[in-house]
Design a protein around this ligand. Sequence first.
Ligand code: CDP
Length: 214
Amino acid sequence: MVIAIDGPSGSGKTSTAKLLAKKLCYYYCDSGSLYRAVTYFLLAKDVDLKKSIDINSALKDLKINYDVKKNLITLNDINVTQYLREDSITNNVSRVSSVSSVRNFLISIQRDLADYQNIIVDGRDIGTTVFPNADFKFFIDAEVEVRARRRFNEFLECNIKKDYKEVLEMIKNRDSYDENRKNSPLRRAQDAIYIDNSDMGLEEQVLKIINYIK
Ligand code: CDP
């Protein structure tokens, strides 16, 4: 069984997917962290991210493993999970995720994860491209100012001081990159259930989803 949850940055899809996975006793795959891991790898190797050819050849040296039971990502057997949300990665991940070879490489990893277990996968193209036949599809959204405020508060909770306007700009830039790229852009699948959670709490939203599934 596969449940696909897509949506833009700060829409709360990750918190939703995690809580849902806990309540349903499913595994959870955060596909964004796979794109972040590849970005980490390319930055560490000093690959020019503007050159798809260089990215393609760098991928040949990459072995990536996502342990959904422990929620760990390893690159060539080194655990990189704790570095994936650093600014250098966040600022470059959308460029990397627009490259076809990166997407093809990661799509097969995500499909393999669903081969032998019940899983909830969140991302941008899960219901449209990765699992077009998912058992359930949801598209989670919220107004951009609300999403930026949530991200701003997440930074505060981690004692990272940011300017709200800077966070808002960062989210708008990423939205625009993700929505306008040629390969699997961020888009709601036609058969996905749309939830705008601008005025909704997490528990309420997860209950709503569980009711749909039931
Ligand atoms: O958590 P946040 O919304 O900030 O982003 P994320 O889910 O970690 O995803 C980071 C980036 O990876 C996105 O901005 C997309 O560029 C890319 N991504 C993608 O292209 N396709 C996915 N299925 C998941 C993420």
